[in-house]
Write a protein that binds this ligand. Structure first.
Ligand code: HEM
Length: 178
């Protein structure tokens, strides 16, 4: 997992829970990197899981909720860092529909070793977008928060429902209805 995800995660923790919590997470989680991340570095995905588990133990907030909050935060950061990619889409569905065919393709050019999920997209009608998420990293809750963040960015409201297609969370169907 790319370092930028770790650095943004720790910034989110600092903003929401204070610097002491960042310190606690870095000291009490098992981190092979030693907890030193650079945005272009690549680290074991398990370190993110370990950080989330420690944050869950300290705050008693479910991991699913922590990941959603992080997704919402991360998207708002992406609008600053990758504005040139987001600006191309005129609305939320156009943007979300292009994640797999454009956004993550551009991300892969920047970071050839990025570990990205797969999305299959369907748009059954003008008000509904279906996103099939699949990834062995099972980070559907992060996707949920990122989708929420995208809707918010475009000033659109929608209900997001998710259906677990695999027990382990490696395949999820998101239905976004305006
Ligand atoms: C992972 C970039 C939008 C879903 C990532 C990673 C980057 C990235 C850098 C990490 C790769 C790694 O750690 O190796 C971006 C950018 C976006 C964007 C620049 C917008 C401009 C989205 C949106 C969604 C999404 C809107 C949800 C629909 C995910 C998920 C992962 C991920 C769930 C975690 C890895 C996994 O599940 O396997 N993305 N992303 N991304 N992205 Fe995106």
């Amino acid at each position: 997992m790319k370092g930028i995800i770790f650095t943004e995660f720790l910034d989110m923790v600092e903003q929401n829970f204070g610097y002491e919590m960042v310190d606690t997470l870095l000291n009490e989680s098992e981190l092979t990197s030693g907890g030193i991340y650079t945005s272009i570095g690549t680290y074991n995905h398990q370190e993110m899981v370990n950080l989330l588990v420690t944050l869950n133990m300290k705050t008693e907030i479910p991991i699913s909720q922590l990941l959603r909050t992080f997704g919402l935060y991360l998207f708002q950061r992406f609008t600053k860092i990758y504005s040139h990619l987001i600006d191309k889409a005129p609305n939320a569905f156009a943007f979300l529909g292009s994640i797999h065919s454009y956004i993550h393709v551009e991300v892969r050019k920047l970071y050839p070793d990025a570990e990205l999920p797969h999305f299959d997209i369907e748009q059954p009608n003008a008000n509904t977008l279906v996103m099939h998420y699949s990834s062995i990293r099972s980070m559907g809750d992060l996707a949920y928060g990122l989708i929420e963040g995208a809707m918010k960015h475009y000033g659109e409201t929608a209900t997001i429902t998710q259906e677990l297609l695999q027990e382990d969370g490696s395949q999820i169907k998101f239905v976004i209805e305006k």
